[in-house]
Each structure stands twice: as structure tokens, then as C-alpha cells.
Design a protein around this ligand. Structure first.
Ligand code: FES
Length: 122
């Protein structure tokens, strides 16, 4: 949780953050804090996490944001919407715990989430 001062109204407001861990294919671990409401993909891009290119900017049209969600977290994230499964079929080595990180929205419930990045996205 961080406190910021609004430059217009000069009052403090609180930004809620969740810790997200990204594990690259070569086992480099990157744990960062991401603002609630952003996606796991946006958290990766903002923090220069290697392997999440997000070529389509979150439009569910590229699968370059493909991640594997740790099993104990898979049921806690919002279910896939139409189209995500189709796009994952085109991703590199999709597995049952595959997700597009641009479709996972950060909330307090996801504080501590760990995702693995496929080797092809290095
Ligand atoms: S950023 Fe393109 S599908 Fe997620």
C-alpha cells in the first residue's frame, strides 16, 4: 500500500498494490508490486519483466503475454472469457494452467500470485 499526493487537489490518496512474482524460463524470479486494477501483463510491461512482449497491448490478439499460473492460484483468478482459449491454442506449449496475462486483473485477492513465463517468450 502506498500513499500519494494528488497534484491537483493536494490531498493524499492510497493506492493498493499486490505483489506479483514472475518466473522466467531460466528461473529468474522478479517480484514486483502492481497496482490493483491493472493486469498481470501491464505489471510485467511497466516493470520490464523479460518475456512478456504484449504485442497487441492487451487486445487478446497475440498470445505474447502467455503465462502459466501456479496451480494453487488458478482457481482464484477470474475464469477465461470467450476468445482467450482460442488464442491460447495458438500460444507456445499451452497447458491446462495457461492464461493470457492481459486478462488477469490484479486485486487484493491476487497478492502473492506467481506466474511462469514460457521459454519461447524469452
Ligand atoms: S497482450 Fe496480446 S493477447 Fe495479451
Amino acid at each position: 500500500m502506498f500513499s500519494h499526493t494528488c497534484p491537483i487537489f493536494l490531498h493524499n490518496y492510497i493506492t493498493i498494490m499486490a505483489k506479483i512474482t514472475y518466473v522466467t524460463h531460466d528461473n529468474q524470479i522478479h517480484t514486483v508490486e502492481v497496482q490493483n486494477g491493472l493486469t498481470v501483463m501491464e505489471g510485467a510491461v511497466q516493470n520490464d519483466i523479460p518475456g512478456i512482449d504484449a504485442d497487441c497491448g492487451g487486445g487478446m490478439a497475440c498470445a505474447t503475454c502467455h503465462v502459466y499460473v501456479k496451480d494453487d492460484w488458478f482457481d482464484k483468478i477470474t475464469p477465461k472469457e470467450d476468445g482467450e482459449e482460442d488464442m491460447l491454442d495458438m500460444a507456445f506449449e499451452p497447458k491446462k494452467n495457461s492464461r493470457l496475462s492481459c486478462q488477469i486483473i490484479i486485486s487484493d485477492d491476487l497478492d502473492g500470485l506467481t506466474v511462469n513465463i514460457p521459454s519461447k517468450q524469452s
